[in-house]
Design a protein around this ligand. Structure first.
Ligand code: NAP
Length: 253
């Protein structure tokens, strides 16, 4: 089997842009991972023969084992792993059901670690892992608490993994975008239209993330606006950052 890129959440807003950009690289096949077979079928129609749909619910233990078995059986030369699938809802932390809490942790955190572990034995020097974190990882974020905490996990995990994998020549990059214009964003909250400062196109994020990972960076921060947020998060106490955030969302809560 030749060289592959594995992209999770490939049917979503950001995932499709990763597919589009990775097709420009020297890769034999893209394994597009998501749950919905119809959407995966449409993705293949759109992007062609290099795309291999892989149906997998990354929050399901049996599906994860099947994906591990597929990798072990085919022994692909994995040049790129993009852990992009993610979920997150706005709302009071204590209002989330048991199911939502465990699925968010399973998809956003556990699946990211497991896929890295499954892929790394099939990666060699120059291979790259991109784990999609978020600018919400820079600070605690009330009312997107579970999501933001899961993305802080991803950022921390990825940067440490990058250090561990240096001797193998494998690059790990935590991608930390601000708001991206995809279906993930609720355009309305409690009946009010939501404003997303610094909203950016998914293609811009994908291009920047792949460029930063190719340069060997352990973090990719897209747009000056988010770079400024990142800078502030290093400068100001987290209590102050949360006060600023709460002021920004005062119309919704
Ligand atoms: N949008 C933003 O403002 C924003 C900002 C910062 C970071 N991010 C991060 O960027 C990444 C992509 O987000 P997006 O905005 O492109 O989201 P999206 O449009 O909602 O796409 C989510 C993708 O993940 C897949 N997915 C969801 N649950 C899954 C599961 N259990 N197993 C396998 N695949 C699953 C979905 O396909 P199926 O439903 O078919 O499975 C879809 O392909 C996420 O990690 C997100 O947290 C987004």
């Amino acid at each position: 089997m030749g060289s592959i890129a594995m992209i999770t959440g490939a049917t979503g807003g950001l995932g499709q842009e990763f597919v589009r950009e990775v097709l420009k690289e020297k890769i034999d096949e893209i394994w597009a991972v998501a749950r919905n077979e119809e959407k995966l079928g449409r993705l293949k129609e759109r992007f062609g023969d290099k795309l291999r749909p892989v149906r997998c619910d990354l929050s399901n233990a049996d599906d994860l084992s099947a994906l591990k078995a597929l990798i072990n059986a085919e022994k692909p030369d994995i040049r790129l792993l993009i852990n992009n699938a993610g979920m997150g809802d706005m709302g009071e932390s204590c209002g989330f059901s048991d199911d939502v809490v465990s699925k968010t942790a399973d998809l956003n955190c556990k699946a990211v670690c497991l896929l890295c572990n499954y892929a790394i034995p099939f990666m060699s020097k120059g291979a790259r892992i991109l784990n999609i974190s978020s600018a919400s990882s820079f600070q605690p974020v009330p009312y997107i608490n579970l999501y933001a905490a899961s993305k802080a996990f991803v950022r921390s995990y990825t940067r440490a993994l990058n250090v561990e994998l240096k001797s193998k020549g494998i690059i790990c990059t935590a991608v930390c975008p601000g708001w991206i214009d995809t279906d993930m964003l609720s355009k309305e909250y409690k009946g009010k239209p939501v404003k997303f400062p610094g909203l950016v196109s998914p293609n811009r994020v994908a291009v920047q993330a792949l460029r930063d990972s190719a340069k060997g960076k352990d973090m990719s921060v897209c747009t000056l606006f988010v770079k400024y947020e990142h800078f502030l998060s290093k400068l100001l106490p987290q209590k102050v950052l949360m006060k600023i955030w709460m002021y920004g969302i005062r119309d919704y809560v």
